[in-house]
Design a protein around this ligand. Sequence first.
Ligand code: ADP
Length: 548
Amino acid sequence: MTLQLAGPSSNPLPLDYSGSFRFVERHAAEHGCGRFFELALDPMCLGTHRGECLRVNPAWERTFGFSEAELQRMNFIEMVHPDDRSAAIAELEKRVAGLSTLGFECRFRCKDGSYKWCLASAHSDGPAGLVYVVGKDITSRRKAEADLKSAKEAAEAANRAKSEFLANMSHELRTPMNGIIGLTEVTLETELTDEQREYLEGVKTSADALLGILNDILDFSRIEARKLNFDAAEFDTRKTIESAVHALAIRAQQRNLELTSYLEPDVPAALIGDAGRLRQILINLLGNGVKFTEHGSVTLGVERLSQERGEAELHFSVADTGIGIPLDKQRSIFQSFNQVDSSLTRRFGGTGLGLAIASQLVHMMGGRIWVESEEGHGSIFHFTVRLQVAEPREQEHPHIEVESPEPPRAAVPADKHHLRLLVAEDNPVNQMLVARLIEKQGHTCRIAENGQQALKLLETEQFDCVLMDVQMPIMNGIEATAAIRAAEAGCAKDNGRAVHIPIVAMTADAMVGDRERCLAAGMDGYVAKPVKIKELFSAVERACGIAA
Ligand code: ADP
């Protein structure tokens, strides 16, 4: 049903309202409501289904500036902001259908031409009855909401910019770190005097510590930018926990601390989740335990709290006999950059990021983290996580020819003892480093300074594998990989021979999704810089199908 609106421009209002007024007065008298109408602090109006305004209370006049007489010459819809009119007409139509309006928000024009936001409720006694409207001026609330929204958007934009800046910075910092750590390792393998070895080991320890801080900043910016993804792969519970304890064993031994761990027997042997992230939490808590304890022990305990529908809730505790944490700091240490002692004279190094990262990781694994501690009497850090329990492995069946076709292999079967590699890398120090690492493994390589040069070399020479940097001038690693794969597809179409050169990404782009981006572009493996010799060659051997 379409509402026929009356008003001065279209359908002039009837001049004689006496019938309606008499009705209003009788009605008010009957209900004794007239006084309330006069006294109400919020605007009230009596009108018709055609949008005619019959009576308004003093609050309406005060709020919008129009007198009752002026409003009687206008139509209700004329007062509504043009952008809110269609919604207001729909609300008026509800009246005709005998429905009420509850909490409708729209802008009403004031006499000075400005608009005020009004929250309105309306009701009528049916198509022939009057329309009762009660409003509330919510202009300041709407303004506060709009201000809050734009402040929130500005803060989010600033936060995004900060996270991107942090991610870019850590990328820029990791690239030279690759050169420093890699070349130090290579030099440490050469003949050195004791003094030179001692200095270089100092360089290596400092570079590793710096890399640890960079990784924390990178993780922190990933979490802030909500770009942290979790792997969901099966892992061995005991091995993962033991590897975290082993990582701290030497440091604990150097400090004469006892480092022990125990797992309750009902902890599932295999779980599905991100073992790397679980290990990261444990290393942080165990590392803090070792750092903040002078005498005594650090003990890791693991128990199963519950298990239902294939999901286990595990409880980890890391107890130390160290300096403890005062009660008033026990909450704030889980916030970023918070440390109990942040003075210039503090004894312990650190960024104050470790627990903030651990606490985010725990939350992402459906758990919580807390601490029990008394100053001078040690601390117990607790956390819980929820992880899928891996099905017990079925007996291996003989392979039926995992049914799944073999992926295409390199054109020339790779010889584990001698590989010929193509390295696409623009940074001269990293070119030198990778070349040395390759030669030391008994392999040979050619260097291309960008993706375009790599394509040219591939056209004329035979290689077993390509090590591909991602960020390069002229043609980046992703574009080069796409071009290589397209050329291979063309070749397979022409002569029916599937050719596939293994490509391993070697990149400082350690943001989430980078690995996926490289694999989606057609690469076969991925190693993050700073490149570790073992990781690099096991990725190369895996990609070449010659993994040990
Ligand atoms: P960092 O160790 O790099 O300073 P964390 O976020 O890991 O950063 O820890 C924050 C702070 O919490 C530490 O600086 C320290 O003051 C306190 N803290 C953490 N673990 C312990 C612990 N086991 N014993 C005493 N204090 C601790």
